[in-house]
Design a protein around this ligand. Structure first.
Ligand code: G1P
Length: 908
């Protein structure tokens, strides 16, 4: 039964007997590319990218079915062999019995320390695993302690199988690729440099060396090695009963070369004697490098306990600095939980959506949607590099408003689609503005809208409907003008294109076409006639945001902007046109045809005032159209009214939600964007939350589920209906959408309802007995309430965003600092205080909220504001309103000359 205790306020936690819960894994990584996962029995894997796995890749099912792990053997004189990681046949067979060894895990950012005590063998181990901040190496520091009353004589052997190749070869040519292995034993370890990177489309000469090295805590070299798996396990043996260790085979000495076998990083140390209670240490390094000389240098950097300790402390300081948002509410567990949540966006930047055991898809690289959303958290945590990132990302937009879907490792690197399928996700144009707007409001940097950026060009044109046969893969991947110059348009122009093309890209019911899918990747079988009302509403919200941004630009004295001449046609302001599906389609076709191959390069000036009204009109038209056609209302009783919006049309052109033969059909996504965009009226929001509580809420599995059970395969909508109900995109509590639901509700002032969505998610995580995960937010909870796909989820960014900018209400507005608290009374601590430390205007800031009269949200008002204990009353510095206070940009800027600022807001 899993349970954990936090041991500080930085998210550090302790678990007893963690190996008695299956599927657990923990990430350890750095930002230079090393990505590992570690389990309580030191399973998991270690890699740089899809083609460079040091340890054999593992999926979640391998965590228990596959016995390949990092191991560390102690061959104890008179007692036999004992595994410091618990991975011996004997220890595993005792694991679920009374004879189980005592184990304990301490974990924090980003380290994993397993303790193991064996009364039977009179020995204990402590294994610290972490990745230092700069080297591509995973460090295992193994401390062995004699817990008996007699001397303990033993021989230690670190034993880590080296996979050393691409994840693709786990089944494809697994044996053949081992023939490529060139294995060498050196002073400190076993090195493997395969001759080729195996790829039947064209084999590449391999430059990567994979290694496992080791020394004692004082830096003493090993005695020798077992460098080949076959000899290490011996005939009839395996990783849990390796013959070489059991039968004390002779080791191979350094400078020995072997070819064509699966490699084994087994490193044996000189035998030693520990007196009672005495301990000793070993260091094991697991890594890879293209330059084999630098491996020597890496080993030198970590060849004593003191050096490892130093690297460990540096690593801790590094992550501590990165994770610079923390909260203090009355619930210390929630505060600690949020420590992990704010760390998760960093993890997703490192791992992408691949490379942890549940995330056994993708090959690295980052998807468009995820990229923009992860940027949300970054904007709050470390806005310094965000401007550049945003500008680079916009270069992935095509002139038809669609975009490249995969973003490469380097700025400006884009790939149309990972699997070379021509696809358009209709929600992709929505997210960039959400992120860009947050960035602008937090920083006041409106000028980013006028920054010039290129456009992506490939063979895909007309929003995935046609192919540009004149374009070749060796042509420029940037849009050119007819004069042959690379075309650059403003960021604002890119945003307009993404949203305006979507506006005209409609289906039979005059909502935007679903195309490849929307946010829900699994709605992928309605490309012809499917429509996403949910995201049509979302885009309406974007038109409102754009309207506000135009207004903000006007205030700064800018009246006009330049846009490409071709785009003007998309700015037609004509309600008759809006109403006509045919006219909209032909207008979009006309635009796409005129701009798909090259564009004129001619620019036209557009008045911001006109643009503003134009966009406002489009927003209003969409909202009204949805209200008029998609509202489903159920008058249960005279007093209970509930209703919701239909969010989709399937490939047969039929409404997806409502009352069907098989029962009620309701989807959370449809409600989220209707609420967030202001499409739903306040009256409707109330009815929607009642319906969500009635049809989607199930506390035992984490709260609001993604949809009701459709009890139909629905081949005319998407693969999600093939998933068992209650799992992943079919009716699981999918954290990302639940959090966005909360966010939308907070924004609309439905604070209690928003809090309920977050609170149930958090309670589910904390109920570790059921959720069976370490702290943090998982992608979803399955039908049993188990947390799945832990760590790598956009839910983390959105939760952080919601807690900071909505719950605490600390956010920017054109660079001013707005504080609009929406905390419930129960969230304040025993002194009626709650606080948040965050970054604003690039400096640390602590906002303390004092609920002086112990009032509920809605009853308290902002009464006084103190900055560094000084009461501020001047209007030009701080504006106080009953719901919020606002510190003016100039005042904040004058303050931030000093590093740490404290703003105390008294609520009465
Ligand atoms: C994942 C994907 C995200 C997608 C969602 C629903 O969610 O990464 O792009 O929108 O599934 O299909 P996440 O990992 O963000 O929780």
């Amino acid at each position: 039964m899993l349970s954990y205790q936090f041991t500080d306020n930085k998210g550090t936690f302790r678990v007893i007997d963690p190996e008695n819960t299956s599927y657990l894994y923990f990430p350890i990584a750095n930002e230079t590319g090393m990505k590992s996962s570690v389990t309580p029995l030191l399973g998991g894997d270690c890699k740089m990218d899809q083609n460079s796995f040091v340890l054999q890749p593992v999926s979640s099912e391998d965590l228990h079915s596959n016995k390949v792990s990092r191991n560390f053997w102690c061959d104890i004189e008179g007692k036999g062999i004992w595994s410091a990681t618990g991975m011996s046949m004997h220890q595993l067979s005792n694991q679920l019995t009374q004879k189980k060894e005592k184990t304990l895990l301490d974990a924090g950012m980003l380290y994993h320390t397993m303790y193991r005590v064996s009364d039977e063998y009179g020995i204990g181990s402590k294994i610290l695993s972490f990745v230092p901040i700069e080297d591509n190496v995973e460090i295992m520091r193994v401390d062995i302690r004699n817990i008996s009353n007699e001397n303990l004589e033993f021989t230690a052997t670190a034993a880590i199988p080296i996979y050393g190749r691409s994840a693709d070869n786990i089944r494809d040519h697994r044996h053949v690729t081992s023939l490529l292995h060139r294995i060498e034993t050196r002073e400190y370890g076993v090195y493997v440099k395969p001759t080729f990177s195996f790829d039947e489309r064209g084999h590449q000469k391999n430059e990567m060396t994979y290694y496992v090295a080791g020394c004692t805590g004082e830096g003493n070299k090993p005695e020798g090695f077992y460098p080949v798996v076959e000899e290490y396990i011996g005939e009839g043996g395996d990783f849990l009963r390796p013959t070489a260790i059991l039968n004390k085979h002779q080791v191979v000495k350094k400078d020995c070369s072997l070819s064509g076998y699966e490699a084994m990083g087994a490193i044996q140390f000189e035998s030693m004697i520990l007196r009672p209670q005495e301990e000793c240490s070993f260091i094991v390094l697991i890594g890879l490098d293209k330059d084999s000389d630098s491996i020597q240098e890496v080993i030198k950097r970590y060849d004593t306990v003191a050096k490892v300790e130093k690297a460990y402390n540096e690593m801790q300081r590094h992550w501590d600095k990165k994770k610079n948002v923390s909260i203090q509410t009355g619930d210390s567990k929630f505060n600690n939980f949020m420590q992990w949540v704010s760390f998760q966006p960093i993890l997703r930047r490192i791992y992408g959506c691949s490379f942890l055991p549940h995330h056994d898809y993708g090959k690295g690289g980052r998807g468009w949607r995820d990229l923009w959303q992860d940027c949300l958290a970054l904007t709050l945590m470390d806005p310094s590099g965000v401007r550049e990132a945003i500008c680079n990302n916009y270069a992935g937009v095509r002139m038809d408003g669609s975009n490249a879907t995969i973003i490469g490792e380097n700025p400006g690197e884009f790939i149309a689609d990972r699997n070379n399928i021509t696809r358009v996700w209709m929600d992709h144009g929505f997210w960039p503005l959400v992120t860009t707007d947050l960035y602008i409001q937090q920083t006041g940097d409106l000028s980013i809208l006028l920054e010039k950026v290129t456009y992506f060009k490939d063979k895909q044109i007309e929003r995935g409907e046609a192919i540009d046969s004149n374009w070749h893969s060796f042509d420029s991947k940037r849009m050119m003008t007819e004069a042959g110059k690379v075309y650059e348009g403003s960021v604002l122009e890119h945003i307009l294109l993404e949203n305006l093309t979507a506006f005209y890209d409609v289906g039979d019911h005059n909502h935007m076409r679903l195309r490849g899918a929307d946010w829900n990747d699994a709605l992928d079988m309605a490309n012809e006639r499917g429509e996403s009302v949910a995201f049509t509403a979302a885009y309406a919200g974007n038109f409102d945001t754009l309207t506000r941004l135009c207004k903000q630009l006007i205030v700064t004295g800018i009246d006009e902007v330049e846009i490409a001449e071709e785009i003007l046609i998309l700015l037609k302001q004509d309600v008759e046109l809006y109403e006509s599906v045919t006219q909209k389609k032909s207008l979009l076709k006309e635009y796409c045809e005129g701009s798909s191959k090259r564009i004129s390069g001619k620019l036209r000036r557009v008045s911001l005032d006109e643009l503003m009204n134009n966009l406002k009109q489009k927003a209003e038209w969409i909202k009204q159209h949805i209200r008029d056609n998609e509202w489903i209302e159920e008058n249960q009783t005279e007093t209970v009214n509930q209703g919701w919006f239909n969010g989709y049309y399937d490939n047969s052109g039929e409404k997806v939600e409502g009352l069907f033969e098989q029962g009620i059909r309701m989807m959370l996504t449809s409600q989220v964007f209707a609420i967030m965009s202001g499409t739903a009226t306040s009256e409707q929001v109330k009815m929607m939350t009642t319906a969500a509580d009635a049809y989607l809420y199930k506390a035992e599995v984490g709260g609001y589920r993604l949809n009701t059970d459709f009890k139909e395969l629905k081949l005319n909508l998407g693969r999600m209906f093939g998933f068992a109900y209650g799992h992943k995109e079919n009716g699981a509590v999918f954290s990302h959408m639940t959090v966005m639901y909360a966010n939308a509700l907070y924004k609309r002032g439905f604070v209690k309802e928003g809090y309920k969505a977050i609170e149930t998610l958090y309670r589910q995580v904390s109920n570790a007995e059921v959720s069976k995960i370490y702290p943090g937010i998982p992608e979803y909870f399955n039908d049993k309430g188990r947390g799945m796909y832990h760590y790598l989820t956009g839910a983390a960014s959105w939760l952080m965003l919601t807690v900071v900018t909505q719950m605490f209400g600390v956010r920017g507005l054109g660079g001013d600092l707005l504080i609009e608290p929406k905390l419930l009374k129960e969230q304040f601590n025993h002194t009626n205080t709650a606080s948040i430390s965050t970054i604003f205007a690039e400096h640390n800031l602590e906002v303390i909220l004092v609920n002086e009269a112990d009032r509920e949200y809605g009853e308290y008002q902002v009464a006084e504001v103190y900055v560094n204990d000084k009461l501020i009353v001047e209007k030009d510095k701080v504006v106080i309103n009953k719901e919020y206070c606002m510190c003016k940009k100039e005042y904040i800027q004058s303050l931030v000359k000093e590093m740490n600022q404290q703003i105390k807001v008294i609520l009465r």
